[in-house]
Design a protein around this ligand. Sequence first.
Ligand SMILES: Cc1cc2nc3c(=O)[nH]c(=O)nc-3n(C[C@H](O)[C@H](O)[C@H](O)COP(=O)(O)OP(=O)(O)OC[C@H]3O[C@@H](n4cnc5c(N)ncnc54)[C@H](O)[C@@H]3O)c2cc1C
Length: 450
Amino acid sequence: VSPIETRHRADAARRRAAAVAALAYLILALLPLLLALGPPRPAGRRFWLELSLALGFVALGQIALQLALIARFQRISEPFGIDLVMRYHRHLGVLATLMVLAHVLLLGWQRPALWRALVPGGGGGAALGTGAWSTLAVLLLIVLSFWRRPLGLGYEAWRVSHALLGIAALVLALAHVLLAGVYAAAAWKQAILALWGAAFVGLIAFLRLVKPIALARRPWQVAEVRPDVRGCWTLALEPVGHAGLGFAPGQFAWLKVGVSPWSVREHPLSFSSSAERPERLEFGIKEAGDFTRTVGALAPGTRAFLDGPHGSFSCDFHPTPGFVFVAGGIGITPILSMLRTLADRGSGDPHALVYACSAWDRLVFRGDIEALRDRLDLTVAYVLEEGPEGWSGPVGYIDRETLASALGQNPTARQVFVCGPDPMMDAVEALLRDCGVPGRRITMERFNLV
Ligand SMILES: Cc1cc2nc3c(=O)[nH]c(=O)nc-3n(C[C@H](O)[C@H](O)[C@H](O)COP(=O)(O)OP(=O)(O)OC[C@H]3O[C@@H](n4cnc5c(N)ncnc54)[C@H](O)[C@@H]3O)c2cc1C
């Protein structure tokens, strides 16, 4: 079976997996509403009251599914790409919040006595109280997510608060439904809802408590830290007591280094090494904050743990003869992994790289890219914001002309991979479409998930 045929099969399998995951998602998200609609059901209620409760049940389903979306199950996220999953997670979070608010406002409009019952001593009871606390948890979660930086909340603290508030919102909303007992009064409905909710909380418990046991069994250690251009490092890891980690070139892993496998201090980093070398993994890291600024000082032998591989930003998942890569700054890392792997596999297909950077001496991995030109049919265009003296290549940002030249005669023939800063990715996506590249031929990886 040829490599292209293998990739065709993988592509078809991914489409099937995406369809199954989307269907399962829909069923699980709508389960509370379907249960509420099933008999026995109170009769003779007004439309606005019914609508309010329907919105509440749909919101409950969405809140629960939010936990599954971030539970890092590669089988769920891989067919869509982590980028898309996280974007969906954000949009859905806002939608679920609007539904919760609509539920509360419609209910308060139909039953004004409920507002009075909400005040302390108002006699609202546990059913109303749990609903109110769940709504507050949802609102706080949204406020902290949108205004994390102005509020001065660090990334790790935010992640912990995000997970805890999400679980609290779900558990309280579920208790609210079960205690209210109007649409879920039947014992069988209550049992199904309780099991359904427990499964989602269990997912998070699995990710945070059980999965680290598996990580602890497959430790890694720092083998080498090499400086590249100013502020960029290559971190090499080697397995301790196991054979390493297989991955598709371009994927990433969550790295914990110098901390316990249960620590919340972990960072997503793309592999920059060849997938043909699972026994020595490398990451290209740019200093951006607390953790990345300490990478240069990591001592060989420091213990590390890897949760991965994750992601769908990989040439292995696309069956085109040859690829076009567009990188900006440190976004070159997953692309370098793909190029190194293609070279190790003896690829004879035509590939093109457009690599944008602020200046010549800021181009990360330039030496490696130049060496890869000898091993691959690879054309390279560096685009510099500021060219050095005598520079005759493109200057400024990536433009249509440079992309059109990399794409060649047939802009639909090769899969295009884009990774770099957000504004660059948005601009490049628009230019690619303008050059006639269809959406399905563009694969993007955003380093900025939050
Ligand atoms: C899929 C993916 C692949 C990545 N690959 C690379 C790579 O190959 N090389 C590279 O240099 N960088 C990569 N990054 C970015 C890298 O994860 C962040 O730069 C790093 O986590 C910043 O951590 P810090 O503590 O140094 O910075 P901080 O000062 O803590 O944070 C700076 C910003 O980085 C982001 N960030 C911080 N911690 C995390 C975290 N745990 N998870 C997600 N985002 C975080 C937040 O937006 C934060 O505001 C990748 C990110 C993603 C999502």
